[in-house]
Design a protein around this ligand. Sequence first.
Ligand code: GNR
Ligand code: NI
Length: 167
Amino acid sequence: MPSLNILRYPDPRLHTLAKPVAVVDARVKELVSSMLQTMYEAEGIGLAATQVNVHERVVVIDVSEGRDKPLVLINPEIGWASSETKINEEGCLSVPGIYDGVERAVAIKVTALGLDGQRHTHEADGLLAVCIQHEMDHLQGKVFVEYLSPLKRSRIKTKMIKQSKSD
Ligand code: GNR
Ligand code: NI
């Protein structure tokens, strides 16, 4: 299972809308396995298929301390979100070195297919809830910097372009 290249903002491919997975077959399982390896290597707590230029509704997450509790969400749907929100500091593997506050629902209920092809319900709060919402945005082609002011976003864009030219 090779690790995959992570697209960097402002790559326009990060704004692609992902399509639902039709069947959880060997191909999807291989994608998940490569995504998990890529996420662990990059020391991220989540990764959406969009970030590795695969435009299907697949997300992997691990918010555990031991980095040993992978969560796989295929075709995730938010069934409920708390009206209570909170601003959390976020970062993104596609926007390395940038951290800023984003307002998110504090708690959510999500249903998604697992690797068993069955739909499961997940109740999440804290960092897990933040991460799931961040990853589901990626599947819609949305990067967290799009919640920031146009001035901040434009500075981030310039910084990312400079960075990409120096490495
Ligand atoms: O590794 C990540 N950390 C993080 C921290 C706060 C809020 C969201 C995240 S997700 C991010 C990995 C990533 O870019 N996933 O798309
Ligand atoms: Ni991200």
